[in-house]
Design a protein around this ligand. Structure first.
Ligand SMILES: Nc1ncnc2c1ncn2[C@@H]1O[C@H](COP(=O)(O)OP(=O)(O)OP(=O)(O)O)[C@@H](O)[C@H]1O
Ligand SMILES: [Mg+2]
Length: 218
């Protein structure tokens, strides 16, 4: 009896130790999630806002500046809504309410360069896949605006069998290197957490193609 009680105390201690370790790593994972959502979401909106403000400053005439200021205002409203949603632990509102296609249209509308949406899945995808796809497109378009000096870009999201492929291309400078920032590495982690993988083809002078493939039951 005593022996058994001793054994069960030892078991309990072991279980408590491992549950404490799990709690610590769950808290770390949650912190990383918040950090990534802030980086890939609201932070990117603020970055494109800054670019639009710079464009408005250089715009020819009040008409052109007014158009850019409309975009800036819409971006500010979206960034605020996103921060509020994040603070409440929720998804970007347009994504949660209207799905990936609407959320990508929103990102494209706020991009300072021409972006074509070439393909979108006809139906809603499972939420974790839509969230990852949204953040891939958000970070990729932010990178195009910040680094590529591109004239145009395109977005494709396609579901083929049990894979969803997200592709963002630009015709800019190329030379993207995940070792130089945290954005591409964060995306690789996000996609990897769903069992998928991220590829970045970016030969110098020949544009960039970022592809994420995420498993998704058909
Ligand atoms: N589309 C692109 N065209 C050209 N260069 C790119 C492109 N995307 C990324 N890069 C280059 O690769 C680097 C890494 O990109 P990454 O997104 O990881 O970091 P970042 O954008 O510099 O910073 P952040 O952590 O805010 O995302 C960039 O610093 C930039 O030099
Ligand atoms: Mg980046």
């Amino acid at each position: 009896m005593l022996h058994r009680r001793g054994e069960s105390v030892a078991t309990l201690v072991r279980e408590l130790r491992s549950s404490r370790a799990r709690l610590v790593s769950a808290a770390d994972a949650e912190r990383r999630r918040i950090e990534r959502d802030l980086h890939d979401g609201a932070q990117q909106r603020l970055a494109s806002l800054l670019l639009n403000v710079a464009l408005a400053r250089r715009a020819d005439g009040p008409g052109a500046a007014a158009g850019l200021l409309d975009t800036v205002e819409a971006e500010l409203i979206a960034a605020l809504a996103e921060l509020r949603a994040l603070a409440a632990g929720a998804l970007p509102p347009v994504l949660a309410d209207h799905g990936l296609e609407a959320a990508v249209e929103d990102l494209v509308a706020s991009s300072p360069l021409a972006v074509a949406i070439e393909a979108m899945p006809g139906r809603r995808l499972p939420e974790p896949v839509e969230v990852a796809a949204y953040f891939v497109v958000a970070e990729a378009l932010a990178n195009v605006a910040k680094h590529a000096g591109a004239r145009s870009a395109s977005v494709r999201v396609r579901r083929t069998g049990a894979i969803v492929a997200i592709e963002v291309r630009d015709d800019g400078a190329g030379g993207a290197d995940p070792a130089r920032g945290s954005g591409l590495r964060g995306l690789a982690d996000r996609v990897g957490a769903l069992g998928g993988r991220l590829r970045c083809e970016s030969p110098a002078g020949r544009g960039t193609r970022l592809t994420a493939e995420i498993p998704c039951a058909p």
